[in-house]
Design a protein around this ligand. Sequence first.
Ligand code: NI
Ligand code: MN
Length: 225
Amino acid sequence: MKLRYFSHSAFQLITNAGKRILIDPFLDENPTSPVNSKDVNADYIVITHAHGDHLGDSFKIAERCKSIFICVNELAEYCKSKGYNAHNMHIGGSHNFDFGKVKFTIAHHGSMTPDNKYGGPASGVVISADGKSVYHTGDTGLFYDMKLIGEVTPIDYMLVPIGDNYTMGITDAVKAVELVSPKNAIPMHYNTFPVIAADPNQFKKLAEGKGIKTRVMDYGEEIDL
Ligand code: NI
Ligand code: MN
């Protein structure tokens, strides 16, 4: 499986069988994204919550690629109300798709759609495919139950926000990776806007000091998991 990072919280997983799973594709209005939404394809689009910097360009991409949304029930219903296909899930639930398994987790955050409708609770997501599990925390503050998430599903890659203000900052993000104990941590949700400026290498230094291998991905970089 491959993991591609577009910046902010936008990632794409590409399975060995070629299935493309896009997560929180905030691209065209994202000053740090090296790619435009028209150049990104998706079979599935996972949205952690309805804020504009996560729902992003997903409708444009879904329109073109006939992608299927995977999100919590309220947000899935919102996507359906706009004419898109969605698989409704909810926190704590998992489901096997043709590419692998998706499980939703809690996240301490809000979720309002761009047209000011309630998007259901914010979530995180664990995606397991090709023998690897990736935990995208979504936007969240630190919570102790992260420990359970890592105990129930050993995590290979944890994608963790470090930008502060709306989410965990570096200090709490280091605690978060200690709780989950993933094989690798990847920082996200930083430097997109001045208010979430953070140094990913400072996070790397502190997380590695706690024994968590950390990879700072470049914007547009793709790695083999
Ligand atoms: Ni948010
Ligand atoms: Mn956000």
